[in-house]
Structures are given as C-alpha cells and as structure tokens.
Design a protein around this ligand. Structure first.
Ligand code: GDP
Ligand code: MG
Length: 371
C-alpha cells in the first residue's frame, strides 16, 4: 500500500528527505519528497538504513470499513431481511420483473409514491420484508463487492424463457458464483408461446447450474413480469433461502449503510440511496461516507415519503452529505460532527496526495522518455 510519503518516512527514521531521495536515486528510482513509497522502495530503504520497516495502513486510525467490525456486538444480533440483487442478460426482463414485484406488493393507496426509476426498494411478503436492488450492471455489482459494500445476500438470475442463455447470462453466472451468494434462477417471459423452460434448464445445467428437480441444487422458478405469474413463488423461495442463511445484524451498533446510488439533485443537494447493514440510520446522525460527511437532514423511504429512520436492510435516500459519494461507498455514523468532518477531511487529503503523487511519477517517466 502506498501510504507513506518520502518526507514522512524520512521524518519517521530521523533522516532528511534528501538522504532518502539520494538512496533511491542511486538505484535508479526517481522520487520527490511528496511521493508515496512503494513496498519495494520501503524494503530497500529499510536495508540501507538498517531499520525494520513494517507497512501499516495510514487510514487504520480513521475508522475504515474493516475496523467497523469492532462496532458490532453479536449478543445484540437480530434477524434482518434479505437483500436481493437481480442480474441477467439485457432485455430478459430485469426491470420489468422488479417493477412487477413492486407494484404487486405496494398497497394501492401508496402506489402514487412509486417513482419511475428507483435503485432499491423494500416489500413485504407473508409479513416478512425483502429488499431488492437494481444494480446498474454486473460490473458494478463486483466493484461494490470489492469495496466491501457487498449488500447482496441472494442473487436472482433472470433468463428469458424464449431466448435462453446468452453471453451476458454466462458472465452473470460467473459473477454470481464468485459472490458466494445463493442463486435462484427466474425463468421469465413464461407467458410467451415460444417459452421453453426445459431448454433453459438444460443450458443452465451445462454451466453447472443444475435444477433441483434434475438432482442439482438450484431453484428454477417460472415467472412472467407481464402477467405476474410465478412471482409469489419466487418471493416465497427468497424467504426460504433467507431462512437458511440466518441473516443477522446488530441494530444497536453505530450505523453502517452502503450507498447503492447517489446524485446531485437540484434544490436538495447530494442525495444518496442507501441500504442499512447495521445499526439504525436516524435523522440528525453525524455521518461520514468515504471522503464526504454531513448530518442527516432528511430521510425519504422508497415511496418518497419522509421518515425518521431506516432499520436493518431497509432502503431510502439520505440528504445532508456535503458532496456526492460514489456508489459502493460505505456510510458510517460518528459520535460528533467534528469527528465526521475530521475523518472525511483526512481521507480527502490522502486521496488527493495519492493522485498528485501518481501524476508526478507519470511526468517523470514522460521526461525520461524525452531525454
Ligand atoms: P432488462 O433489460 O433485463 O431490464 O429488460 P426489460 O425489463 O427492459 O424488458 C425487455 C423487454 O422484454 C421489454 O420489451 C419488456 O416489455 C419485455 N418483457 C419483460 N418481461 C416480460 C414478460 O414476462 N413477458 C413478455 N412477453 N415480455 C416481457
Ligand atoms: Mg433494465
């Protein structure tokens, strides 16, 4: 990890930056005093100066995602609702299915609150909640996982019953398998005359996705986003999988939520759609989210109604951050606004310095190419 700069290193071992630069220069490594040292450079310097160098993440002290685990107390654990992500080949009906599930479960009086585009929502089935996320694509899904924002508990792969397995279906299968989440296959467009469930099952079985009724362990549910057929089946199956997973979280911990989407809205400022992973997100909470921070000014649920809080696995949008965070960023509650600001500022400075260091290195390389 490039987390220590030349001058910081020099300071830490009582040398001048010039001494450090000279050593590296002698070995053909061009650095300036503000550059971050790479692992191999650190090793060389350690040998040269006869000191032991241990690499520690400079952000360790600023409440990074990995450190969050300390906030969680398993004696507080309660069952939380599952978070489901729908993936599949383009035009196989992901959006239609998400819309149909939502409209079939939202009480008619609330239906007016359904906005056209929504990246996450929570429904109730048999008195139990399920949260659905519409990821912009499987690349984003994997990127979020890599950042530690793996909100997904269960993956639904949508395959059109008339089209069968397509190139993106194959990609999705590998992403879904890599996630380690249980997978349910929703065979969509079963209302079509050309629908062929057995063809889909055979194609999927060839890719190690063998249906339960063929002796495998993957549930295949026939559905239609147009007629609504099979949707209850699908939802019951999700609840069954969730039960097996025994999903737990600590509602008393400092709040931690993953950003699934964020944007700048006219008149409202930065707006982030989040899914709560631990704790409860409340109005007035001081939060830090990557390099952004703020105080929760307003929370809107997925029906566009103002609410005071969001519980475990629930989703809604949050107002109050000073800037727009990236999708996949993790929002964590802080004890004071000062703490939130300090952490965000430190991270922002760090990120900027890293960028700067990259650009100087590039220009040096470019220069050496010219000489
Ligand atoms: P996405 O790209 O996976 O999000 O797919 P869409 O939801 O946008 O659907 C692509 C097309 O398939 C649209 O024209 C839908 O109307 C159609 N479609 C989606 N689901 C069904 C279904 O269950 N039956 C039929 N007949 N058409 C469907
Ligand atoms: Mg779509």
């Amino acid at each position: 990890p490039e987390d220590i700069r030349v001058y910081e290193f020099a300071e830490a071992c009582g040398k001048s930056p010039a001494e450090v630069i000279t050593v590296l220069f002698g070995l053909g490594m061009m650095v300036t005093k503000n550059d971050f040292l790479k692992q191999d450079e650190l090793e060389i310097l350690g040998e040269e100066f006869g000191i032991e160098v241990t690499v520690k993440d400079a952000l360790e002290d600023v409440n990074y995602v990995e450190d969050y685990q300390e906030e969680v107390d398993i004696s507080h654990f309660v069952t939380r609702p599952p978070v489901v992500t729908i993936m599949g080949h383009v035009d196989h009906g992901k959006t239609s299915l998400l819309d149909k599930i939502r409209s079939s479960k939202v009480a008619s009086g609330e239906a007016g609150g359904i906005t056209q585009h929504i990246s996450a929502y929570t429904i109730e089935q048999s008195g139990q909640k399920i949260t659905f996320v519409d990821t912009p694509g499987h690349a984003a899904f994997s990127a979020m996982r890599a950042r530690g924002a793996d909100v997904t508990d269960i993956v639904i792969i949508v395959v059109a019953a008339d089209d069968g397995v397509m190139p993106q279906t194959e990609e999705v299968i590998s992403h879904a398998k890599a996630s380690g989440c249980p997978i349910i296959v929703a065979v969509n467009k079963m209302d079509k005359e050309t629908a062929n469930m057995d063809m889909v099952k055979a194609q999927m079985a060839e890719r190690e996705m063998t249906p339960v009724d063929w002796g495998g362990d993957v549930e295949f549910i026939g559905v239609s986003a147009h007629t609504g057929m099979g949707i209850d089946d699908l939802l019951e199956n999700i609840l069954l999988q969730a039960e097996i997973l025994e999903l737990k979280a600590d509602p008393k911990a400092k709040v931690k939520a993953a950003v699934v989407e964020a944007s700048l809205e006219k008149g409202r400022g930065p707006v982030a759609t989040v899914i709560v992973q631990n704790g409860i997100l409340r109005l007035g909470d001081n939060i830090v989210c990557d390099t952004t921070y703020g105080r929760v000014k307003a929370i809107t649920n997925d029906l566009g109604k103002p609410v005071k809080e969001l519980g475990l696995s629930e989703t809604g949008t949050v107002l109050g951050l000073n800037e727009v965070p990236a999708a996949g960023a993790i929002m964590v509650g802080q004890d004071s606004d000062k703490e939130a600001r300090d952490i965000a500022t430190k991270r922002a400075e760090h990120a900027r310095a890293k960028e700067l260091s990259k650009s100087t290195k590039v220009s040096l390389e470019e220069m050496s190419g010219l000489i």
